[in-house]
Ligand binder design. Structure first.
Ligand code: FE
Ligand code: FE
Ligand code: ZN
Length: 313
C-alpha cells in the first residue's frame, strides 16, 4: 500500500473491508466450563469471523443440557467481535439412510430432532447433516429413508425455530462417495430435495475435499461445478462450505482431508473458492488436520490461524 498514490476522491478499495465480507473460520471445540464461550474464544484466536461446532461428541448421543452450554456469554463475545453467525454439525452416528435397521433409523429421527432444537436454541441457522449410507439396501431405498426421516422431524416446524422467530435449516453435506454413502452426487441431493415435503428447510453444505473425491472438478474447473449446482439446486441453497484440501486424486472416493496447499486440490483453487464473488456471504469452514508439533510429534496443534491468514491474502 505504501507506494500507492492516494486520491481522496477515488480511494483505493479497502482491502480489510473487502476481506471482512468473507466469512472464514474452522471447526472448534466446545468443552470445559466455558463451553460455547470457549468455542468463540477459540475461533477468535484463529482470527476467524465464523466457526462450526458439534453440540457434543460427534460419535455419541450424550449431550449436555442447554443451560450448561454458556450460550449467552458466547453470543456476547460474538457480538463484541462482530461474528455474525456460526454453524453446527450433526454427529456422524446419525444415519437417516439406513433402510436395513429400524432401530438405527429411529435413533436418527429422534437425534436429528434433538439436534435441530439445540442448534436453533443456540442461535444458529444451519445444522450440517451427512445424508448417510444405505448400507447395501441401494441408493433409492436410502434416499427414501433420508426423506422419511427429515419429513418426520419437520412435521412440527417449531423444532427449527430460533428464539428470534427465524428458522434453522438442515444443510445436507456433499459426500466423498466412500462405501455406500449417499449424497456424493448433486443428483442424490436433488432427489432428496424432491422427496422432502418442507424442502424450504433444506440447504447444502459443500465440502471441497468430498466433492473432489467424488469426481467433481473442484481443482481444475470450479466454475463448471457451480454452474451444475446452480442448474440442479440453485446457488442460493449453499448454506456453508467446508474448505479442505484432499490427500487423494479427483474421483478417488476416499475422504481424507489434507492441509491447505498440501493436497490434490491446491492453494490456488481453494483461494479462488474462498474469494468467489457469488459465495462471499457463505460461511466457510476449515476441517483440515491438526499438525504434529516439531518439538514433540506426539502432540499436535491446530493449523487454522495460519491457514485462515493465508487464504485471506
Ligand atoms: Fe461433515
Ligand atoms: Fe465436511
Ligand atoms: Zn470429510
Amino acid at each position: 500500500m505504501d507506494n500507492m498514490i492516494q486520491n481522496p476522491e477515488n480511494p483505493p478499495i479497502n482491502c480489510e473491508v473487502q476481506k471482512s465480507k468473507i466469512k472464514l473460520g474452522s471447526h472448534v471445540g466446545m468443552s470445559g466450563k466455558e463451553m460455547f464461550a470457549g468455542s468463540v474464544k477459540e475461533a477468535l484466536s484463529y482470527g476467524a469471523n465464523t466457526f462450526m461446532i458439534y453440540t457434543g461428541a460427534p460419535q455419541n448421543t450424550r449431550r449436555k443440557e442447554l443451560e450448561e452450554l454458556n450460550i449467552e456469554a458466547g453470543w456476547k463475545l460474538m457480538k463484541e467481535n462482530m461474528i455474525e453467525e456460526f454453524i453446527v454439525h450433526a454427529p456422524y452416528i446419525i444415519n437417516p439412510a439406513n433402510a436395513a435397521n429400524p432401530d438405527i433409523f429411529e435413533l436418527a429421527v429422534n437425534f436429528l430432532r434433538l439436534e435441530l432444537t439445540r442448534t436453533a436454541a443456540m442461535g444458529s441457522h444451519t445444522l450440517v447433516l451427512h445424508p448417510g449410507s444405505h448400507v447395501g439396501e441401494g441408493r433409492e431405498k436410502g434416499i427414501e429413508k433420508i426423506a422419511q426421516c427429515i419429513n418426520t422431524v419437520l412435521e412440527d416446524e417449531s423444532v427449527c425455530r430460533l428464539p428470534d422467530g427465524t428458522f434453522c435449516n438442515i444443510a445436507l453435506e456433499t459426500m466423498a462417495g466412500k462405501g455406500s454413502e449417499i449424497g456424493f452426487t448433486l443428483e442424490d441431493l436433488t432427489d432428496i430435495y424432491g422427496k422432502v415435503i418442507k424442502s424450504q428447510f433444506l440447504r447444502v453444505c459443500m465440502d471441497t475435499c468430498h466433492m473432489h473425491d467424488a469426481g467433481y472438478s473442484i481443482a481444475t474447473d470450479f466454475e463448471s461445478v457451480l454452474l451444475k449446482f446452480d442448474k440442479l439446486l440453485g446457488l442460493s441453497q449453499i448454506a456453508a462450505i467446508h474448505i479442505n484440501d484432499s490427500k487423494n486424486p479427483c474421483g478417488a472416493r476416499k475422504d481424507r482431508h489434507a492441509n491447505i496447499g498440501e493436497g490434490y486440490i491446491g492453494y490456488d483453487a481453494l483461494h479462488q473458492i474462498v474469494h468467489h464473488p457469488a459465495l462471499l456471504s457463505v460461511p466457510k469452514i476449515l476441517e483440515t488436520p491438526y499438525r504434529p508439533l516439531p518439538q514433540n510429534p506426539k502432540k499436535s496443534t491446530a493449523p487454522y490461524k495460519e491457514e485462515i491468514a493465508w487464504l485471506l491474502k
